[in-house]
Design a protein around this ligand. Sequence first.
Ligand code: GDP
Length: 366
Amino acid sequence: GFNCGIVGLPNVGKSTLFNALTNTAKAEAANYPFCTIEPNVGIVEVPDERLYRLAELIKPKKVTPTTIEFVDIAGLVKGASKGEGLGNQFLANIRSVDAIAHVVRCFKDENVVHVEGSVDPVRDIETINYELVLKDLESVERRLEKVKKVAKSGDKKARAEVEALERIKEILERGERIRPYLGEIGEEGQKVVKELALLTAKPVMYVANVDEEGLFEDNEYVEAVKEFAKKEGAPVVKICAKIEAELAELPPQEKEEFLKELGMEEPGLNAVIREGYRLLDLITFFTAGEPEVKAWTIKRGTKAPQAAGKIHSDIERGFIRAEVIRYEDLVREGSIQACKDKGLMRLEGKDYEVQDGDVIYFRFNV
Ligand code: GDP
């Protein structure tokens, strides 16, 4: 599956957020018999109203949302790249995630100690980012040393790589993350980034953890985070982890009431989950039959046979065609038959790029 790591300094609300996420939206472990789930990994259902609209139409026996994983990566501290705390281990955990949710403290609370002694989210972001930059610099320098030797012998490919590595090194040496420069480092640079799995090349969202008042009006801390994130082109999601944790404990009816009282349309977690989905460049297609209406996750750009392969490798192997109805058409017309009658069901072949919201029936040879 696709996953998003939750990082941040100690005591900013990471575990509170992670627990709220896994409490509310935890997918039934029994549905995932083949995954061994570690305690710091939560499989979280992606809230998608479309799934429930489809279920109302089709009235299936079962409705299954799609999921993404959140990984709680605790323990990052200043000096992590030098092995402070359990620094290296945590940095290795970050290497294995596809995207990062960087939680920053934007609330004041005398009772919650801040590791730096004061609330200053931009300083905190820079502290963590600096550790990631240092770690990347280490990876780049190590690689550079190796490839330089090969380049000396006149190897053209190695020379191109050295050039790309030097360019990346320059960015990191200025203390900057690679992500905003991905467009400027060329194909060779992007190859290097991928091979080294550079930490600062991963997409990031900043999660501003505010107190209750901060939910309704941005406080100075949130404003500072937004300004910082804007420069990087990174999204900011504002939540109150404490309230999310309370919401997560409530049964659905009471949750609705509490949300209404707070003047919120939905839990803030939904925005975190959706933004994670967007960061990973994921889209959703649906299969809709009487036994089950189900949402599936694919990377944007996935072709029909590979999308089918998410369901079963046999369907990919024996792929004949995809019968596709747009979600909007199906909801407007009210049934699959009505869509067929109006010619709104398209037959698509193996080169078809599946679109977000497609409702698909795959034909295949067994
Ligand atoms: P972590 O170290 O980043 O995982 O932080 P925790 O989730 O353990 O939170 C640290 C402390 O901050 C705990 O005592 C939480 O109850 C408290 N905390 C977390 N979120 C909030 C919040 O939104 N408001 C307030 N006032 N306290 C919070």
